[in-house]
Design a protein around this ligand. Structure first.
Ligand SMILES: [Zn+2]
Length: 473
């Protein structure tokens, strides 16, 4: 379980990971003919259209005259802040609308009117975040076009989906009906109640780059007296039962930490016709430890350049070991990786279990994939919790579901960005011209604060320097 909050240290780490991803976008980039002659930011518009349909399904409890703003306007207004990564996006658009009768809310997000932050908060609070699931499906659909997922394919035709428990709210003051609570403080006379929200996140990741695609989360609402770890484990099984079938076309291999390497979870993955690579610590799997300690194991050694020196990656494995001490135990395949630096000092060690057969040819890639689950934190949540995605900044925490709806919109904005990074040529060109992710979104925010763009095509072409900006309104 890791925490996502408004951690001040996030900014510096974020910069590091985003520079890397911008580098990948830039690498080998050529301006396609289509960008010069017939620009169509089509996939983004399709995804926004699907998101609009989700908002139209949100409950609207207002009566008659009160319903000035449509639920689509209300939802898209909240989403636009996360998508544009600019907390002041709506404020700027209200000023443009006031001064010139038009705004980018209408031309880019197809909104009729711009609701106030208070109204957005009040109207989104009662909605179930599950109503946004079709928008996540639309993201996966966008990535199913030929070539779009190539960068994420590993172990042949598989895609890696990392499962992880994440806290996205923690406070001793701000709370709602849905908050979980716990006692904090070692001194029992001064114990404080802490309120928090957690979710099981599922993210498409891959070793070798920092791109990530968040899928729909499963919210964790602990029952009284239930163990924290048990809650995450149950949420993971709920996620698999509810969503895994829909993602079967990705041919997924699920990744998870030591909490996941138990029989019910491994079986839940296999029941979906999918595969797993889960961390398997010796301390929590004494039987496996017993099997491997008494056996002569196959091994494989690879030297890998690390900066100016060379590391040694040492692998060992054993197929068909029982996962637990029972007659019905699943047989799993165990492997470990040990990394030593040039001085012979161990710098990394981890062991995993998988249902995929392990051999000399694939053990290094399996280990790289098993380690890729750390990208959830590096690639996704460090970006989500910093800069323009800041959770709760504009709309507060709500009384019912607002916190969960906002975190879902955040994940969707991040997923839409990743899709655009992969399938929208003019967006890619604009990203590469900006150099870094941060610079790209700063340009996006400052241009749309003062100029009104007739379409995404115009905005992206201006950012890509293939078309001059529209004349000031
Ligand atoms: Zn709450």
């Amino acid at each position: 379980m890791r925490r996502v909050g408004l951690a001040p240290r996030a900014a510096s780490r974020k910069c590091h990971s985003t520079n890397k991803s911008a580098g990948l976008v830039r690498k080998g980039f050529r301006i396609p003919h289509a960008v010069r002659f017939a620009v169509r930011v089509q996939t983004l518009r399709t995804m926004l259209g699907d998101l609009r349909l989700c908002f139209e399904s949100f409950p609207d409890r207002r009566q008659g005259q009160n319903a000035t703003y449509s639920m689509a306007d209300i939802g898209l207004a909240a989403f636009s802040i996360f998508f544009m990564q600019s907390p002041s996006f709506l404020a700027h658009q209200r000023r443009l609308k006031e001064g010139h009768g038009r705004s980018n809310c209408a031309s880019l997000f197809e909104m009729d009117r711009i609701p106030s932050d208070n109204h957005i908060r009040a109207m989104l609070d009662p909605a179930s975040p599950a109503l946004l699931h079709p928008a996540f499906a639309s993201v996966v659909e966008a990535l199913r076009r030929p070539g779009a997922l190539d960068e994420f394919r590993r172990l042949g035709e598989h895609t890696l989906i990392a499962l992880d428990g994440t806290e996205y709210h923690c406070s001793d003051k701000i709370r709602c009906e849905q908050c979980s609570r716990r006692l904090r403080g070692k001194d029992t006379s001064k114990e404080k109640i802490e309120y928090f929200h957690a979710m099981l996140s599922a993210t498409v990741v891959a070793p070798g780059h920092n791109h990530a695609i968040p899928l729909e989360p499963e919210f964790i609402v602990p029952q009284d007296g239930a163990e924290k770890q048990d809650c995450e484990s149950r949420a993971a099984r709920r996620w698999l039962a509810t969503h895994a079938a829909r993602h079967a076309a990705l041919n997924p291999v699920y990744l998870g930490d030591d909490l996941y390497s138990n029989q019910p979870l491994c079986q839940a993955v296999l029941d979906q016709g999918a595969h797993f690579i889960f961390v398997c610590k010796p301390s929590s799997h004494p039987l496996i430890e017993e099997y491997i300690s008494g056996a002569e194991l196959p091994s494989h050694v690879v030297r890998v350049k690390h900066g100016r020196s060379w590391d040694t990656h040492h692998y060992r494995w054993m197929n068909a070991v029982p996962l637990r001490d029972s007659k019905d135990a699943l047989a799993v395949n165990w492997f470990e990786i040990t990394i030593m630096n040039a001085d012979g000092k161990t710098t990394y060690h981890n062991s995993f279990v998988t249902d995929l057969p392990v051999d000399r040819d694939n053990v290094a890639e399996l280990a790289a994939c098993g380690r890729a689950r750390w990208k959830i934190e590096n690639a996704t949540f460090n970006v989500l919790k910093s800069n323009g995605y800041n959770l709760e900044h504009n709309f507060g925490h709500g009384k019912q579901n607002l916190a969960a709806v906002l975190v879902s919109l955040n994940l969707l904005a991040f997923a839409f960005h990743t899709v655009c990074d992969h399938v929208e040529p003019v967006w890619r060109l604009a990203r590469s011209k900006a150099g870094t992710r941060r610079a790209f979104f700063q340009d996006l925010a400052s241009l749309t604060a003062h100029l009104i763009f007739p379409s995404w095509d115009d905005l992206m072409q201006t950012l890509a320097f293939t078309k001059p900006p529209p004349l000031p309104p």
